[in-house]
Design a protein around this ligand. Structure first.
Ligand code: NAP
Length: 352
């Protein structure tokens, strides 16, 4: 039996992540884009007129004539994907949730709220249970706010999750090399970043250090007990268009050989894979053995941008093990992450 598709509205539809949503949702089996919203610069115009399409390939014809609306209810859709700037996201997303819309947000605004699930479906889909607490606490009826993590955190937490489960993790030291598209458009001025590396990304280190602990934390009745892991993150913006990289060092609670670590990463499959959700990669983590991989240009599109590639797994002279991880920041790190969350919510009956 053919099920009617969920009608989707995208907030921040003209931006870097918004365009990626539109690209990934073209021909999606469960969703069709019916509403688009952006700033007053774009409102009232047809999407094709408001948006300068910056992804490879053509803007999907199905969205070209949709009129860009203000980001406020009502919108002609059943659920909302939000890619609004953090400064305005909270009020807007709460407004939609109060009006009865499920909101799946990329923004950092509500991620660390105690009653807001911060979810990577392979890692902590059970945290969706916070939705009931949230609805009671905020008097939402059918609405909800569900978030996906920061683009670097997703990559890191995905790579750490099978290791934490198998060996326990005591400490993590991570150094990121992050792509330009992570700053949105137009992002970092070219004269600042050409022939250069910028050792500062506003609030990024704090986000990685706190969000990872919430994601790897345990659901205890109506809240999350943060994981007890010492975290240290340093973040850098590098001259790469797409694909965040992270050099990671880990200290385990129990001894683990390199073979066991490699096997734990490479063999890991979780509920989205078992349920064959449309956006779930066959393997959340792809382990590469070549000495010079992963690389952004070669590995960011693994499994259509939804797998994290891990390589250079080695013993570490200070902690226990080190490796390099890489993932596509606007796909697994943003739009693809929110879409996979929505697919998981449907599969678990939260969007009935
Ligand atoms: P972006 O390229 O700057 O796009 C921002 C979008 O928000 C545009 O559609 C813009 O519309 C709209 N907007 C700006 N101010 C607005 C306002 N006052 N009212 C309504 N709409 C407004 O940014 P982005 O990179 O897509 O990031 C969007 C969000 O996703 C941010 O919260 C970011 O932290 C998060 N995120 C980004 C990435 C990434 O890799 N880029 C990854 C994870 C999470 P106009 O075009 O009309 O101005």
């Amino acid at each position: 039996m053919l099920r009617k598709k969920y009608r989707v509205g995208i907030l921040g539809a003209t931006g870097t992540v918004g365009q990626r949503f539109i690209q990934l949702l073209e021909n999606h089996p469960q969703f069709e884009v019916t509403a688009l919203a952006a700033s007053d610069r774009s409102q009232g115009k047809a999407y094709a007129e408001a948006c300068v399409w910056r992804l490879a390939g053509e803007m999907p014809t199905s969205v070209r004539s949709i009129k860009v609306a203000p980001p406020e209810p009502p919108l002609d859709c059943d659920l909302i994907f939000s890619s609004l700037p953090g400064e305005i996201a909270r009020a807007v997303e709460e407004g939609f949730a109060h009006a009865g819309y499920p909101v799946l947000s990329n923004s950092s605004a509500c991620r660390m709220d105690r009653d807001v699930p911060l979810v990577i479906p392979e890692v902590n889909h059970e945290h969706f249970a916070l939705i009931e607490t949230q609805r009671r606490a905020r008097s939402f009826d059918r609405g909800m706010i569900v978030t996906n993590p920061n683009c670097s955190t997703i990559m890191l937490a995905l790579a750490l999750a099978p290791l934490h489960r198998r060996f326990g993790i005591e400490a993590v030291v991570v150094t990121t090399l992050q792509a330009l598209s992570g700053a949105g458009y137009p992002g970092v001025p070219s004269l600042d970043v050409c022939d250069n590396v910028l050792p500062f990304i506003d609030k990024e280190e704090e986000k990685i250090e706190t969000e990872t602990l919430k994601i790897l934390g345990r659901l205890r009745e109506s809240s999350i007990e943060m994981a007890n892991i010492k975290m240290s993150a340093q973040c850098h913006r590098v001259n790469v268009t797409d694909g965040h990289m992270a050099a990671v060092r880990v200290k385990f609670t129990r001894p683990a050989s390199l073979e066991e670590v490699t096997e734990a990463l490479a063999s890991w499959r979780s509920l989205p894979q078992e349920m064959e959700l449309p956006s779930a990669p066959e393997r959340p983590i792809i382990v590469r053995n070549e000495p010079d991989r992963p690389q952004p240009r070669l590995d960011r599109d693994s499994s259509k941008g939804m797998s994290v590639t891990v390589g250079r797994i080695r013993p570490d002279g200070v902690l226990d093990v080190r490796f390099v991880a890489l993932s596509h920041n606007t796909i697994r790190g943003a739009a693809g992450a929110a879409i996979l969350n929505a697919e998981m919510l449907i599969a678990l009956g939260y969007l009935a």
